[in-house]
Write a protein that binds this ligand. Structure first.
Ligand code: SF4
Length: 261
């Protein structure tokens, strides 16, 4: 698993796997107070089940009498496409709204569209996205509808590419939060994975380094939030991949526990 994330493995050649192995449960010390009641053995079983995608982690269907969700999505995407609420609209090619499955249990939030995203009109379209896809694939999660992959939903805290690839400013995050909140309401995820300090700030309202926010479960609009390093940071600081892996395990455990309750 770590090899698939680009983490170098050490040990006798016959003990180093060349293919990803099934995921293992995170250590109990990584769980928040609300999750610590789950036994390690139970967590291990459920962890594997969720990773296979044959649990309630599969996309949900709307019940009878549900509001017209597709129409709500279209209206929200259209609103973002024509939005001029902050200065970022001036430099975008187009608003980068979302990708993946809109009824996924996993919602993944980055900071802002990169230049590749702006060109492709898709979040995480470039090399940071390839690393993210590799990390998710280890847990059998993915943005595509490929067989054996449990779908995820991806978006950014702001929908427009900042000039010079600078980080979004506080006012821009606040202006775009309406879209993020509505996306969470429509997706109704079981967990939100916040990638990087800016995404965590947008969701948690706390401008702290990711090192202080990761490793625990927060809440946004009642939904559990796990913060971790942004893939771009991991490309520059590969030694942080082990921490990102711990956080992914914590998010998976959070989905599993919420599926059981
Ligand atoms: Fe509107 Fe968000 Fe784009 Fe700002 S970043 S113009 S608030 S869609």
């Amino acid at each position: 698993m770590l090899e698939a994330m680009g983490i170098r493995l050490w040990g006798p050649a016959d003990e180093v796997a060349t293919e990803p192995k099934p995921p293992v449960a995170p250590p109990a010390s990584k769980l928040s107070a609300g999750n610590r009641g789950a036994s390690a053995s139970r967590a291990g079983v459920d962890f594997a089940r969720t990773a296979r995608g044959d649990s309630p982690a599969s996309p949900r269907s709307a019940g009878a009498g549900a509001p017209d969700v597709p129409a709500a999505w279209q209206a929200l995407a259209d609103e973002a496409a024509s939005c001029t609420r902050c200065a970022l609209c001036a430099g975008r090619t187009r608003a980068v709204f979302d990708t993946g499955h809109r009824q996924a249990d996993w919602m993944i939030v980055g900071d802002a569209p990169e230049a590749d995203d702006d060109r492709a009109a898709e979040p995480f379209a470039g090399r940071t996205g390839r690393l993210l896809d590799n990390m998710l694939a280890v847990l059998r999660l993915g943005r595509s509808a490929a067989p054996r992959l449990t779908p995820v939903y991806l978006t950014h805290a702001v929908k427009c590419h900042p000039p010079g690839s600078r980080g979004p400013e506080d006012g821009e995050l606040a202006a775009c939060e309406t879209f993020l909140r509505r996306q969470v309401e429509l997706v109704q995820p079981r967990v939100i994975l916040a990638l990087g300090r800016v995404a965590a700030q947008a969701l948690l309202g706390r401008a702290e380094p990711i090192g202080r926010l990761r490793g625990q479960v927060h809440r946004y609009a009642g939904v559990p939030v796990v913060a971790t390093h942004h893939p771009l940071f991991l490309l520059r600081q590969p030694e942080a991949k082990a921490e990102a892996w711990d956080d992914l395990c914590l998010a998976l455990e959070t989905v599993t526990v919420s599926s059981d309750t």
